[in-house]
Design a binder for this molecule. Structure first.
Ligand code: PHE
Length: 506
């Protein structure tokens, strides 16, 4: 763009600002232009200034300075506690008992005073048996007739803010350490300066005309349109990028998954994060010596440490199933089942606890439920593991449910999410038989996406269910990684928008 095109593109206010800068000798702060009567509002100036800057005609520079002011306005008047103490000791003849000082400076002020008397070397503490006496030092006597350095600084702050540059940093540090005495103020100064291009434009001549920016009926009725200039549209002009609010990508993915399941006739359910081991583990026929019970795998809670199971009949049923299979036809795990262990509180390690609770509550066939919810495992954090993550869980209780149906449901779900290349392999879970796990080839290796299976009788019999129940738990974050080709799971939870953008998540 040539100079005349740029001039042509200038709004009324931009022209005004250029002329005001010229009149100010090429550079000015918004405050100076306001006091020179050129403008009324700082926002008006800064708005036009950034347009001029984007067109290369002006430059905006910013500098900040830290100032200190009194937070406790009365401190200069009343005096520092150590000053009051020095006066009191002097009035008592140069030495004073600690107990007497406490009476002279009530409400604990004596303690503060003694601390500073020692630190500043204003008084010595002399022990005489149990009694302690404060004795003014020479320095202590000297300050009776002169201000201390920190007092001088406080007085300056009382009359006007003191710049960081004009104060001893050590004194500032001490005063900042004294509760509520001084406060910081950051003052930012902006300066707008003409660039060479700005000067060139001015040399060309800038005309100030009445300009119509917005068209409305008053412009027509008043006849103003006849003489005024209309602001031209410039579709190529710079405009700052606007990023309106958006849902977090993981929330959007959650909504998409929710939609897939609800379209297939599933209902959503959830439960509490805090569960007794009983529901999270025992009911799922996980033996009490299973590694998942270990402290290094599970977050157990201290408050509450235990959650009482108040269904005695269910407790007995589970005890029998765990020890000898009860009447499920199973042999159980043997040994002695501990109710104490089952009542330990934990952060749920899988949402299969939701599934079994929902089954316990809605044991009627047919039913189909899903959940997308947070779980907790003591994992060390790395590119594919987080200690808190999300599972896509669900179950189908149906007379006709079978393993083929489970596999096709899994394939259908992943294909709806855009992934056809998943591998399904036999697996083991204490609560399902048969069991499977699914994986996907990603970033050079097979990544586990989740597990599934048909619940064993040991799990469903206590709720009177003798129909097949298909169940699964898939990793939500890992699906997100696949979807956006993200190789580090931690990137999903970065809350810095710029980083999210850099990683192409947003
Ligand atoms: N709970 C299993 C896990 O967390 C997944 C699963 C759910 C497996 C349901 C079988 C049935 O990995």
């Amino acid at each position: 763009m040539g100079v005349s095109d740029i001039i042509e593109s200038l709004s009324h206010n931009e022209r005004r600002l250029l002329l005001a800068l010229e009149a100010a000798g090429g550079r000015a702060s918004p405050a100076e232009m306001i006091s020179a009567g050129k403008f009324e509002l700082e926002v008006e100036i800064m708005g036009s200034a950034s347009w001029l800057a984007s067109k290369g005609l002006a430059e905006i520079s910013e500098s900040s300075e830290r100032f200190y002011v009194l937070a406790d306005k009365g401190i200069v008047e009343s005096g520092l506690p150590e000053r009051k103490a020095v006066r009191a000791i002097d009035a008592a003849g140069g030495s004073m008992d600690m107990v007497a000082l406490a009476e002279a400076l009530p409400n604990g002020e004596d303690k503060i005073a003694v601390g500073w008397l020692k630190r500043k070397g204003l008084a010595d503490i002399v022990k005489d048996g149990d009694a302690k006496t404060l004795k003014l030092t020479q320095k202590g006597k000297d300050i009776l007739s002169a201000d201390m350095e920190d007092e001088v600084l406080l007085k300056r702050m009382a009359s006007s803010p003191v710049s960081e540059k004009d104060a001893d940093p050590k004194l500032i540090k001490d005063l900042k350490g004294r509760q509520g005495m001084i406060a910081e103020e950051i003052v930012t100064e902006r300066t707008i300066a003409l660039t060479d291009a700005g000067k060139e434009a001015l040399a060309h001549g800038i005309e100030l005309k009445d300009e119509i920016v917005q068209m409305d009926d008053s412009v027509i009725q008043s006849g103003r349109w006849r003489d005024a200039e209309f602001r031209r549209y410039d579709v190529q002009t710079f405009a700052p990028a606007a990023y309106p609010a958006k849902k977090h990508p993981l929330s959007r993915l959650g909504a998409e998954i929710r939609r897939v399941f609800t379209d297939m006739g599933f209902k959503e359910f959830d439960d509490e994060y805090v569960q007794p081991s009983f529901w999270n583990l025992d009911i799922l026929y996980i033996p009490q010596d299973h590694p998942a019970r270990e402290l290094q795998d599970t977050f157990y809670l201290e408050h509450p440490a235990k959650i009482h199971i108040d269904d005695e009949k269910l407790v007995e049923t589970i005890r029998n199933i765990q020890e000898n299979g009860g009447d499920t036809g199973s042999t159980g795990w043997g040994g002695t089942w501990s109710r104490d262990m089952a009542e330990q509180a934990l952060l749920r390690t899988h949402t299969t606890v939701n599934t079994i609770k929902a089954l316990a509550a809605h044991a009627q066939a047919p039913s189909k439920y899903f959940s997308i919810s947070r779980i907790f495992r003591k994992e060390s954090i790395d590119a594919t593991h987080l200690p808190e993550f999300t599972q896509i869980e669900g179950f189908i209780l149906d007379d006709n449910a079978n393993f083929d149906m489970l596999i096709s449901l899994i394939r259908e779900f992943y294909s709806k999410m855009g992934f056809d290349q998943i591998r399904i392999r036999p697996a083991y879970f204490p609560y399902t038989e048969p069991s499977l796990e699914l994986e996907v080839f990603f970033n050079g290796k097979w990544m586990e996406l989740g597990g599934a299976g048909i619940f064993r009788p040991e799990v469903v019999a206590p709720f009177g269910i003798d129909k097949p129940v298909l169940a699964w738990g898939f990793g939500f974050e890992r699906l997100a990684m696949l979807k956006w080709n993200i190789t580090d799971i931690r990137d999903l939870y970065i809350s810095d928008i710029d980083d999210l953008r850099k990683n192409r998540i947003l």
